[in-house]
Design a binder for this molecule. Structure first.
Ligand code: C2E
Ligand code: CA
Ligand code: CA
Length: 604
C-alpha cells in the first residue's frame, strides 16, 4: 500500500492534515517519508538509554519524541499525546513496563498502539509475559542502531497498513466511522480541557438510494467518490475552517455511512460560524455530477449539533446532529438545521410514525372508508370515494392528513396504494354480491404512484381478481400531479383509459391550470375544490368561478362534482349552477363499509 495514514486518531502525530492523509489525495510522499513523521514515545528509568536511542533515531530521520524517565507519568503522557509507537522499558521502580501495558490493553484508546520492549533481560519468562500483554517486538539493550531503525520501521509500517484498513473508507479514502468516533471523542475531551466549543456537522445525501438504483452500484460509487472530493475541496477552501485548521485536527471530514458524512469543527468561537460552512457545502451541490456522460443532481441535508449544549458525549452529539439532518431533509431538503430539543421531539415522532407505518401494511391496520357521491338532480348516491384510514395501535384512527405525506416521502405510498386499489375493487364486488345497486368507487392516486411503473399492472390485476367492471372504477388524480410531468402523464392516462376506468381530476382550481390545457388529458370528471364551495352562497365571485368551471367542463364533456358541501345553502346554489354531483358532510362523512351499506339501503 502506497500510503501511510496517521495512527493517531487525533490527527496530530504524523503531521498530515486529516483531509490530506488519504490514498486518493494522491500525495506523492513515500511510505518511508511518512513513517518518519511518527511520534515516538519512550519510557525508561535510565535517561541515558532514552538519549542514546533518540540520537540514533534522529540520525535515521525521525524527529518527534516524547520521553520520560518517570514511569508514573507514562499513562498521563500517553493520554495527552497518543503516540504512534511506544518504546518501553520493563524493569522500572514503582510502575513497571508490565503495569503500563496492562493499563494500555484495557483502554480502547491505547489498545492498538504498538509497543516495542527494551530489555536487557533475556529471560524467556519475562518475554513471554510481555508478549501475552501485547508487546509487538523486543529490542535488546544495549541497542544496536540498525536493528532499532529496522524494527521500528517495520512496526510502524504494519500499523499503518492495519490502520488504513481499519480506519479509512476504501471508496473515498476518507476516515471511516470508527476513526471519526475516536477523533470526535478526542476533540470533545480536548474542548473540555480548554473550554472551547466543537460543532458536529452531519451531512446526509437525500435519496441517494434512488441514484444507486437507477445508475447501478458502480456509477453510484463514482458519484459518491466525486461528492467526497468536492466536499474535501470545500472544507479545505473554506476560510473559517482553514483558520480553525491552524490548530491541528480542527477540521475533520469523515464518511460514516453509505450516504452520510461528517465534519468536526473544534475551537469555534461561536456556534453560528458553522452556518457559513454549511451554506458552502450546500453550494457545491449546485452543479451536477457527471458520470460517463450522465448528469446526476444530488440534494443534501445538513444537521448541526454543538458541544457542550447539544451533547457531551460523541454518541449523543452524533444522534442529535442526525436528528437535525432528518429534520432538514423533511423540511424540503437542500438546507441545514441546528439541533434543538424541539427538532428532536419532532424528528423522533416522525421516525416512530415512519416505522409504525411500515408495520401498518402487515396486520391490516389500514382501512378504507367510503364517502358517497350524490347526484344533485335525483339526490341518490351514485358512487363513493374510498378514503384511507389508519387504525394506529396506540393513536387510534388516523386520517390521511397525518400520514399520507410521510407515506409519499418514504415511497410507502406505493404498497399502500396497491393495497387500497385491491381493497376498493374487492369491496365494490362485495356490495354487488350483497345486492346493492352498482356503485362507482373512486380511488385516490398520488403522484408517486402515477410515476411508478407498477400502477397499471396493479390495477389490471385488481380488476381481474375481483371481477369488478372497469367502468365502475374512477381514478382521482390532483391537478398538480397531472401538471408535474404532463407529457408523461398523458401517456399513462391514455393507458388507464384504454383499460376502461374513469378518470377524475381532484382538487380542481388549486393548481392554476387552464381548463383548455386539461383537454389534452382523457378525463371524465372534474372535482371542484372545497375552497370554492365554502363561500359559494355568500360570495358572488366564488359563485361566478364555479359557474364558469361547470359551464366549461360541460362543454369539454366532463361531469362536475362539488367537494366538501357542508350546508343546504351551498347544495341549493350548486343545483342552480347545474353541477352534476356533490360530496360532503351535509350528507355523510366517509363511512366504514357497513355504515355506507345501511345508508345506501335506506335510500331504497
Ligand atoms: P381528497 O381526495 O380531496 O378527499 C377529500 C377530503 O375532504 C377527505 O379527507 C374527506 O374526508 C374530506 N371531506 C369530505 N367532505 C367534507 C366536508 O364536507 N367538509 C370537510 N371539512 N371535509 C370534507 P380525508 O379523508 O382526510 O383525505 C384527505 C386526503 O388524503 C384526500 O383528499 C386524498 O388526497 C388523500 N387520500 C385519502 N385516501 C387516499 C388513498 O387511498 N390514496 C392516496 N394516494 N391518497 C389518499
Ligand atoms: Ca379525492
Ligand atoms: Ca379533493
Amino acid at each position: 500500500m502506497e500510503t501511510f495514514t496517521e495512527l493517531d486518531p487525533t490527527g496530530s502525530s504524523l503531521g498530515e492534515d486529516p483531509g490530506e492523509a488519504n490514498v486518493l489525495a494522491g500525495k506523492a510522499r513515500s511510505l518511508d517519508e511518512r513513517l518518519k513523521t511518527a511520534t515516538i514515545m519512550m519510557v525508561d528509568d535510565e535517561p541515558i538509554t532514552t538519549e542514546v536511542i533518540k540520537t540514533f533515531l534522529e540520525d535515521a530521520g525521525y524527529s518527534r519524541f516524547i520521553t520520560t524517565d518517570q514511569s508514573t507519568e507514562a499513562m498521563d503522557l500517553l493520554e495527552r499525546e497518543i503516540p504512534d509507537v511506544l518504546l518501553l522499558d520493563l524493569m522500572m521502580p514503582e510502575v513497571s513496563g508490565y503495569d503500563i501495558m496492562r493499563a494500555m490493553r484495557s483502554d480502547d484508546r491505547f489498545r492498538f498502539i504498538p509497543v516495542l520492549i527494551l530489555t536487557s533481560s533475556v529471560d524467556a519468562d519475562s518475554r513471554l509475559m510481555a508478549l501475552e500483554l501485547g508487546a509487538t517486538d523486543f529490542l535488546a539493550k544495549p541497542v544496536d542502531p540498525s536493528e532499532l531503525t529496522l524494527r521500528l520501521r517495520n512496526t510502524l509500517a504494519a500499523k499503518a497498513y492495519q490502520d488504513q484498513l481499519a480506519y479509512y473508507d476504501p471508496l473515498t479514502g476518507l476516515p471511516n466511522r470508527r476513526m471519526f468516533m475516536e477523533r470526535l471523542n478526542w476533540a470533545l475531551r480536548r474542548m473540555e480541557r480548554t473550554g472551547g466549543r466543537a460543532s458536529l456537522m452531519h451531512i446526509g445525501l437525500d435519496k441517494f438510494k434512488k441514484v444507486n438504483d437507477s445508475l447501478g452500484p458502480r456509477l453510484g460509487d463514482q458519484v459518491l467518490a466525486s461528492f467526497a472530493r468536492r466536499l474535501e475541496e470545500c472544507v479545505r477552501a473554506s476560510d473559517e475552517v482553514a483558520r480553525l485548521g491552524t490548530n491541528h485536527s480542527s477540521r475533520n471530514l469523515s464518511r460514516i455511512g453509505g450516504d452520510e458524512f461528517t465534519i468536526v469543527l473544534s475551537d469555534i468561537p461561536h456556534a453560528e460560524l458553522t452556518s457559513g460552512i454549511a451554506q458552502r457545502v450546500l453550494d457545491i451541490m449546485k452543479d451536477p455530477f457527471v458520470v460517463e456522460g450522465r448528469e446526476v443532481f444530488l440534494n443534501l441535508s445538513i444537521g448541526i449539533a454543538t458541544h457542550p449544549d447539544d451533547g457531551l458525549e460523541p454518541d449523543r452529539l452524533l444522534k442529535n446532529a442526525g436528528s437535525a439532518t432528518y429534520f432538514a431533509k423533511h423540511s424540503g431538503g437542500n438546507t441545514y438545521h441546528y439541533y434543538s430539543a424541539d427538532i428532536n421531539a419532532r424528528s423522533e415522532e416522525r421516525m416512530r410514525l415512519e416505522s409504525d407505518l411500515r408495520k401498518a401494511l402487515e396486520p391490516n391496520e389500514l382501512m378504507l372508508h367510503y364517502q358517497p357521491k350524490i347526484n344533485l338532480a335525483t339526490g341518490l348516491i351514485t358512487g363513493v370515494e374510498a378514503l384511507m384510514r389508519w387504525q394506529h395501535p396506540s393513536k387510534g384512527l388516523l386520517s390521511p392528513a397525518s400520514f399520507i405525506t410521510l407515506a409519499e416521502e418514504t415511497d410507502l405510498i406505493v404498497p399502500m396504494g396497491e393495497w387500497a386499489i385491491q381493497e376498493a375493487c374487492r369491496q365494490q364486488q362485495a356490495w354487488v354480491a350483497d345486492g346493492l345497486p352498482a356503485m362507482n368507487v373512486a380511488i385516490n392516486v398520488s403522484g408517486r404512484q402515477l410515476r411508478n411503473e407498477c400502477l397499471i399492472e396493479t390495477l389490471r390485476k385488481a380488476i381481474e381478481t375481483s371481477g369488478v367492471e372497469p367502468d365502475c372504477l374512477t381514478i382521482e388524480l390532483t391537478e398538480s400531479i397531472l401538471m408535474d410531468d404532463a407529457q408523461h402523464n398523458v401517456d399513462i392516462l391514455k393507458r388507464l383509459k384504454e383499460m376502461g376506468v374513469r378518470l377524475s381530476i381532484d382538487d380542481f382550481g388549486t393548481g392554476y391550470s387552464s381548463l383548455a390545457y386539461l383537454r389534452t388529458f382523457p378525463l371524465d370528471e372534474l372535482k371542484v375544490d372545497k375552497s370554492f364551495i365554502d363561500d359559494i352562497h355568500a360570495n358572488a365571485d366564488a359563485a361566478a368561478i364555479v359557474d364558469a368551471i361547470v359551464a366549461m367542463a360541460h362543454r369539454l364533456g366532463l361531469k362536475v362534482v362539488a367537494e366538501g358541501v357542508e350546508t343546504e345553502l351551498q347544495r341549493a346554489r350548486l343545483a342552480t349552477i347545474g353541477c352534476d354531483s356533490w360530496q360532503g358532510y351535509l350528507r355523510a362523512r366517509p363511512l366504514p363499509p357497513a355504515e355506507l351499506r345501511t345508508l345506501v339501503t335506506e335510500q331504497g
